[in-house]
Design a protein around this ligand. Structure first.
Ligand SMILES: C[S@@+](CC[C@H](N)C(=O)[O-])C[C@H]1O[C@@H](n2cnc3c(N)ncnc32)[C@H](O)[C@@H]1O
Length: 329
């Protein structure tokens, strides 16, 4: 019943634009398990949210393993956000303070967040070229931890399910006989542009966002999305092939060479910086300012929305930008 109530409340929130006078009624009589939410009628459209519990027999149940082994071993997969401890969720903050936990952390989790950890820490050695062996080492550490009856915290950058093998890890842990608890994190895909003062959508400028990796499986280049003027693309894991990426976007995906590009490096960390240019200039600028991972690349007109214009030339500022002020153009 609790689940249904949440569903009704979720429906209520998503339809709040239509709500005129919220009234929840529990319909009794003909079908005892129907909640009728009369408040979702907006008069004209006649939207009426009804959740029919008689459908529940059609809902498949997964045979998931228990969340704890008989010896007490368990796994929490936790998103650490982009790097600033203030952007951790309350749940992540609380869990990291467990002094008995074994934390198995991604290499890119910030020092400021690692400093909050009270228990033992093991940090993945995922450097370019040895990602698979490092991943095996992560699995081994997690398995050893739960076999020893520990609470293993698998600490991942950003959100665990965005380009971080989070789903693969859940499947692996299920194979170890335990269902991990997964705690979302603030993904760099959206927070890095914001922290670099780039709104990923903006009315009249961009009405859609595509999130994409620069590297597909086994180092391949993922297929490119064709140019659309009112679209933003956010690339993760792509600075290593920025020049090639821009060339391909122009040659194969119809991108005008003057399309603005912004790169936000170390978003949310004390050494955050932003480099701005366009499809033609950004690779040289990135080389000049030695842009490195972790960085998020934003492609689209939104890059310029909040950018200052150079007071002398009246032109859009390009180059290295900090706090909306060019420090060295
Ligand atoms: C393996 S992916 C993991 C993404 C992560 N799960 C997320 O939701 O942010 C790693 C990539 O995330 C991006 N990234 C993560 N943290 C970042 C940060 N603080 N600043 C800029 N980019 C970041 C970079 O593109 C980096 O190469």
């Amino acid at each position: 019943m609790k689940v249904i109530l949440s569903a009704v409340l979720a429906l209520s929130i998503s339809c709040s634009a239509f709500v005129q006078s919220p009234v929840f009624t529990h319909a009794t009589g003909l079908q005892k398990d129907i909640f009728s939410v009369n408040a979702y009628t907006d008069g004209d459209s006649g939207i009426n949210g009804v959740v029919d519990l008689s459908l529940k027999s059609n809902v498949s149940k997964q045979n998931l393993p228990p969340s704890e082994l008989p010896n007490g071993g368990r796994i929490s997969m936790v998103g650490s956000g982009p790097g600033d401890p203030d952007l951790l969720t309350m749940a992540a903050h609380k869990i990291l303070a467990d002094p008995d936990a074994l934390v198995v952390s991604d290499r890119l989790v910030s020092k400021e967040i690692l400093d909050l950890i009270q228990g033992e820490i093991k940090i993945a050695r995922k450097a370019p070229g040895c990602a698979d062996s490092a991943q095996e080492e992560i699995y081994r550490w997690c398995k050893e931890g739960i076999d020893a009856g520990k609470h293993v915290i698998r600490l991942k950058i950003g959100d665990p399910f965005v380009f971080g093998r989070g789903g693969e890890e859940v499947l692996k842990f299920r194979g170890y006989g335990v269902e991990p608890k997964v705690i979302p994190g603030v993904s760099s895909a959206f927070s890095a542009p914001l922290l670099g003062s780039i709104p990923v959508t903006h009315r009249g400028v961009s009405n859609q966002v595509v999130m994409c990796t620069g590297y597909g499986r086994d180092g391949t280049s993922p297929d490119l999305i064709q140019y659309h003027k009112e679209q933003t693309i956010v690339f993760l894991m792509a600075v290593g092939r920025l020049r090639q990426l821009c060339e391909r976007l122009i040659a194969m995906a119809g991108y005008p060479s003057k399309t603005p590009v912004g790169i936000i490096q170390n978003a949310g960390c004390p050494n955050q910086r932003t480099v701005v240019g366009n499809m033609e200039t950004i690779a040289d600028l990135a080389e000049k300012y030695q842009v490195a991972a972790p960085s998020v690349i934003v492609v689209g007109e939104v890059v310029n929305v909040l950018l200052e214009e150079d007071t002398a030339t009246g032109e859009q500022v390009v180059g290295l930008i900090q706090n909306m002020t060019a420090v060295d153009a």
